[in-house]
Design a protein around this ligand. Structure first.
Ligand code: 0PR
Length: 368
């Protein structure tokens, strides 16, 4: 490191130059994150120095986390549900599978999940010593419940399904999976990292939450469609007591036990998450989500008018298409099946969609 520090002007000149190398959200069509809402930024700044890892020192911040949990308990149809703020979908999946393994101890535990599950599940299984059994997708890229049923055995400690898959934006058949989980007494985690802040605000969405008996836990990420600052995830559990199965002793903190994975946890993005939900309310969230869904429909319609067909019809604002040429200035992603994937996040406005379609038309239609 430098022996003598540099001046603030020089320092920030350097940092700004680095920051300017980043791609602007306007051109990013591949991300599940978005520009934070202004109230999230304001709340984030207010709670910048807080640490939820030692809640006795920050009782106000701890209350904010508790209120955030009650917001999701209500949104996910189970006012008695518990939970806590994680760093995002990866930590939530790890913790959910950790609970599953704890509840059902066996020598060679396995979990069953769809092949479309997020890659964080692979990390979780690796860390937890769980055998990962993947159910291949059906034609619509959803988990095939018949195949799932055949994979369950006495060592199955958990089932995980996705409400709003990362690649195709579809919702697995949660009620049917939950019925199987319940029949066999298996912990069932729904990864709604993306869909958890989309589906509750849609007029006709597939069921995914605690209203379905058999759903044991749900993860949701305010740093995705919740427009909070990063990192903001939440793990919700139907029975708050199951969290205590993860307790470790923390003798010298203001609390004597903790079940979280992270120790030091910033309250800033947690306050950001609550700020957005409370500022926008249900009406505001419905408006944001409906805008994103309209843009998704317009994008699919526009692409299909050029002969570039959708891969599937999504349940949330993720659109996938047959391979085509993509204009250089836009950032899109490709799925593992080589479909073009675009996430219509709140920063992807109608104007962006029209500009993108215009570019696509020039490249793919006039050129042929
Ligand atoms: N579960 C689902 C369904 C997800 O889509 C994701 C992330 C996770 C879990 C993991 O969440 P964290 O990354 O918060 O731990 N989905 C996006 C993805 O992997 C994350 C992302 C966001 C990637 C922005 C790129 C990007 O620019 O595609």
């Amino acid at each position: 490191m430098r022996k003598q520090g540099i001046g603030e002007d020089e320092l920030f000149c350097f940092l700004e130059a680095k920051r300017n190398k980043d791609i602007r959200y306007d051109l990013i069509l591949s991300s599940m994150c978005t520009r934070p809402h202004p109230v999230a930024i304001r709340a984030h700044n207010l709670f910048m120095e807080t640490n939820l890892g030692d809640p006795g020192l920050f009782p106000g911040t701890h209350e904010v986390e508790q209120i955030l949990v009650t917001r999701f308990a209500e949104l996910f149809s189970c006012p008695e549900a518990g939970g806590y703020a994680t760093s995002g979908g990866t930590e939530s999946n790890i913790q959910a599978l950790r609970i599953a393994r704890q509840i059902h101890p066996t020598k060679r535990p396995n979990v069953i999940l769809p092949a479309s599950a997020h890659f964080s599940c692979q990390k979780a299984c690796d860390m937890l010593g769980l055998q990962m059994r993947c159910v291949p997708p059906d034609k619509e890229m959803r988990m095939d419940t018949d195949v799932l049923a055949g994979m369950i055995d006495a060592d199955t400690c958990g089932i995980l399904a996705v409400a709003g898959t990362t690649e195709y934006g579809v919702v697995d058949p949660i009620p049917a999976i939950a019925a199987l989980a319940q029949e066999h007494g298996i912990f069932f985690h729904v990864d709604a990292a993306f869909g958890g802040l989309v589906l509750p605000f849609l007029p006709d969405s597939p069921a995914f939450d605690f209203s379905i008996p058999g759903v044991s836990s749900i993860s949701v990420d305010p740093h995705k469609m919740g427009m909070s600052t990063i990192p903001a995830g939440v793990l919700m559990v139907r029975d708050p007591l199951v969290l205590h199965r993860l307790n470790v002793d923390t003798p010298y903190l203001t609390v004597k036990k903790e079940f979280t994975l992270a120790g030091t946890r910033s309250g800033a993005s947690v306050a950001g998450a609550l700020a957005v939900l409370d500022y926008l309310g249900r009406n505001g969230m419905e408006a944001v989500v409906s805008g994103c869904m309209e843009n998704t429909k317009r994008l699919i319609g526009g692409m299909e008018a050029f002969g570039i067909h959708r891969a599937v019809t999504p349940d949330v604002n993720v659109a996938t298409f047959m391979p085509c040429r993509i204009p250089d200035r836009w950032v899109v992603s490709a799925t593992r099946n080589n479909h073009i994937r675009i996430v219509c996040m709140p920063h992807v406005t109608r104007d962006h969609v029209e500009a993108f379609l215009e570019d696509i038309g020039e490249l793919n239609v006039t050129a042929t």
